[in-house]
Design a protein around this ligand. Structure first.
Ligand code: BJW
Ligand code: ZN
Length: 256
């Protein structure tokens, strides 16, 4: 509780805030984290082995089926109080930038203004050959998942998910904007990320290096413990609303 109060004081006093999120913020909505064991058709695989250009080249039906299944799952869940608390931070601290590694749309659905998606989105498929944007599918995949042939573009190329796989460059503008915001921020709140995937994991480190106070929310230790001035051990859906209520008590009183 002392840590929450200390974190709330830093947050309420900050002019510029960056909220940096990972899969853990969506866990309580029912979205498995990236490093949870896979289930269904994919239980023999490790997500890190499926999230590569090579995996898509070797077995497009397996990889496209996995991404369509994940998009379908996300379409059936809702933002949780953690996502809502992030939107509340944006409402109270107008110079807030949300930078997410997540490929879901739960920040947007919770009311976040324009979150930066460092690793792309499940909702922006494109042609693997000519990059032309394609329409996302219907999102009614069976619960166990299935192999699914990717649709074809007019040019004959396979449609691929609009996400960033291992070995691929992050969207340049998004990364630049995130690094600039980390450089300039007073507080960076990192939530639900294992902090092991680069270059995204540099962002909290940049904030700390340039004098920002890093606050971490995670039930487990991570390599970012080393840069976090305040570590709030707990789940995002519990800790973030507590933090918002402590930072802006009128928010709690208004019941919003
Ligand atoms: C909760 C919770 C609750 C649970 N509440 N919390 C430097 C050093 C070493 C390696 C590299 C390096 N630089 C680059 C690399 C290589 C590589 C990399 O980082 N590898 C490491 C894994 C070793 N990086 C890349 O390849 C990147 N590209 C690149 O560097 O390109 C160079 C280049 C330049 C120019 C031209 C060409 C190339 C690309 C990385 C792309 C990552 N993509 C993925 C997949 C996206 C699509 C998909 O989703 O399928 O992004 S990987 C995966 O990891 C996904 C995630 O966004 C990302 C981060 O995962 P995240 O969000 O942290 O999730 P988890 O599951 O790891 O952790 C969840 C956390 O939540 C845990 O801590 C839990 O405790 C916590 N938690 N419940 C709060 N209720
Ligand atoms: Zn094409």
């Amino acid at each position: 509780m002392v840590d929450v109060r200390e974190a709330a004081k830093a947050l309420a006093g900050a002019r510029r805030v960056v909220v940096f999120t990972g899969a853990g913020i969506s866990a309580e909505s029912g979205v498995p984290t990236f490093r949870d064991a896979l289930t269904g058709l994919w239980e023999r695989y490790d997500a890190q082995a499926l999230a590569t250009p090579q995996a898509f080249e070797d077995d497009p039906d397996l990889v496209w089926g996995w991404y369509e299944w994940r998009r379908s799952l996300i379409q059936g869940v809702h933002p949780n109080p953690g996502h809502e608390a992030v939107a509340a931070i944006e409402a109270h601290a107008p110079h807030t930038l949300v930078v997410t590694q997540n490929v879901d749309d739960l920040h947007e659905r919770a009311g976040s203004r324009a979150p930066i998606h460092l690793h792309g989105s499940l909702f922006t498929p494109r042609c693997a050959a000519c990059s032309r944007p394609a329409e996302p599918g219907r999102g009614d995949e069976p619960e166990e998942g299935r192999r699914l042939a990717p649709p074809r573009c007019g040019c004959g190329g396979a449609i691929r998910p609009g996400v960033v796989w291992f070995g691929e460059a992050l969207p340049e503008e998004a990364l630049e904007e995130a690094v600039q915001a980390a450089t300039d921020c007073d507080v960076l709140l990192t939530v639900g990320t294992s902090g092991v995937v680069y270059p995204a994991a540099e962002i909290p480190k940049v904030a700390s290096m340039f004098g920002g106070t890093v606050i971490q929310v995670n039930p487990r230790p991570t390599p970012l413990d080393a840069v976090a001035a305040i570590n709030l051990h707990g789940s995002a859906a519990v800790v973030l609303p507590e933090l918002v209520s402590a930072a802006w008590p009128e928010h709690a009183a208004a019941g919003s």
